[in-house]
Design a protein around this ligand. Sequence first.
Ligand code: SAH
Length: 374
Amino acid sequence: MRRSKPSVATPPDLASAATTRPTAKDPATGAAKQRKTRQQQPRPEKSAPARDRSAVGNSETKDGLHPRSRHRGAYDFAALIADSPALARFVITTKYGNQSIDFATAEAVKALNQALLRTHYGISDWDIPVGYLCPPIPGRADYLHHLADLLAEGNDGKIPRGPKISVLDVGVGASAIYPLIGHREYGWHFVGTDCDADALASAQRIIKANQGLGTAITLRRQRSPQTLFAGVVQTDEHFDISVCNPPFHASAAEAAAGSTRKWHHLGKHAAARGGTPVLNFGGKDGELWCEGGEVGFITRMIGESRQTPGLCLWFTSLVSKESSVPMIVRALQAAHVRERRVIDLSHGQKRSRIVAWTFLDERQRRDWRGVRWQ
Ligand code: SAH
């Protein structure tokens, strides 16, 4: 399929009010191409990060997405529609002759998500309540692929798979998107937390509606929005990795301004085709903003992780704004983490990054793997 304007032919971040996060790595060498992994501290594991080569494959990286991504290249609408006929009425032909959908229409974005989740992840029944974030699937999947790479390091390059691997999703949201993809891709077990009761009810409905998810995903309510771990994890509980897509605005007004910018961007696309822009991405208050924005959220998480350094082998979060990184790095330094990473992600024009940190030294990490993964 011919590709031209990536912002039209591939899912733009505009489908979400909050984030997008993809990447690119040379599958053969493991070297970053469009992606860079910056390390501010010497890595205890000196050798080049090993890869699960059987899973990685050998094709060239496209779109900046991870080599294991199922979404590289243009969407195969014929295949998607064969599985999800409801998508057909939303498919359009762009002025470049490509098949796409109108990303300015919430219904179309949701139908695409439903089709992608069905075709690629075997999720046949997925929906979110009106107004909640409709997460761009490729970016969310990429975050998980990078976590798999992080866990594969020091594990002979082998990605640990199956329910022994336990992942904590802080802010699982109405879509339960990380647990769905992470479980279907790698068989991991997830605990998803959220302080929004309606979001949790929606996530629970998705889990119930799809076979095999009941034992794979557990949901917990966080009653204090300022708290990330306390109150939702047990003192003797351990997770191999945590995942988080924090609310990134610092106020409702800032969130509204961000949404308006995106709306205008989408409006231009729609206007160019003579259409009327319709707000497509939604996002409830708790999804969009929190005290201190993403820096506040992540520094609170770093502070709490310091109190419970053995809770996770790796703690991670998305960081949407480049300007947030120095403040987060300073917080990590102040917390005396043993090692930290900033993994750059790119998808179309959007760039973001994952920050990851651990309090465990190399020996402790080896012991962790020995005890939990064997
Ligand atoms: N993971 C989803 C949703 C991200 S939006 C996705 O990637 O699309 C951020 C989510 O964090 C919202 O659902 C919000 O309710 C939740 N949240 C905010 N503060 C929280 C806290 N202290 N603990 C757990 N979840 C929280």
